[in-house]
Design a binder for this molecule. Sequence first.
Ligand code: ADP
Ligand code: AMP
Length: 215
Amino acid sequence: MTNCCIFGPPGAGKGTQCERIVEEFGMVHLSTGNILRAAVEADNDLGRKAKEYMDRGELVPSDLINAIVLEKLKQPDVQSKGWLLDGYPRTAGQAQLLKDNGLLPDVFLCLDVPREVLEERVTGRRLDPETGNVYHIKYRPAPREIQDRLVQRPDDTAEKLHVRLNAYEDNLASVRPFFVQSECVVDGSKNMSEVTDMVLDAIAQHHRAHAQAEV
Ligand code: ADP
Ligand code: AMP
């Protein structure tokens, strides 16, 4: 069993790669962005508190999300299948919380994608509200019959990407040192299947090393 975090700027391809990682290794995918968007959609207490930050492209206060993450990581299916955290940790405080709870990942995948590639990724992203599937107008077009129902995230504009990227870059240097032992940097600017090959290989290497250590 391998526990992973996937880290990278907005639009780097984290959610896209998580689909393939889960297919291959079967851990439970926990995306804090998806959890928060579902709360906004449900218009519950969390969603009402988080929405204003998300709409501005800012991080939500950690106390809104920390307890939820810890609670989800304790669930029996997550304990038995392993976890794949997407979009968490994003700050040194969140990384510290994982560390304090003995929840450091086996593999900390960093998708490295330059700023100039991210704008096209983010502004071309489309979501299918019925299935939650993520498409891209150019790189992953949706089937024609569902194209009319696709939606754009309110924070997927060039202007808000700028705010989100600044938040990412402000935290980068303080988050990465927590994961030096397990960090694996992947060139996320390649096409989807090339990135998938590198990501799956990084996790498989951990599996092999772990299996050898047990012999
Ligand atoms: P993140 O979860 O990191 O914000 P996503 O996985 O949602 O990013 O990807 C952002 C957008 O870019 C989506 O529309 C997705 O289809 C597209 N995408 C993801 N990976 C690639 C890639 N390697 N090449 C081109 N487009 C990609
Ligand atoms: P994402 O889907 O990962 O791009 O996240 C969408 C938005 O949800 C972010 O811009 C933040 O407003 C919020 N969010 C997601 N994860 C976190 C987190 N770990 N800490 C704070 N805010 C978060």
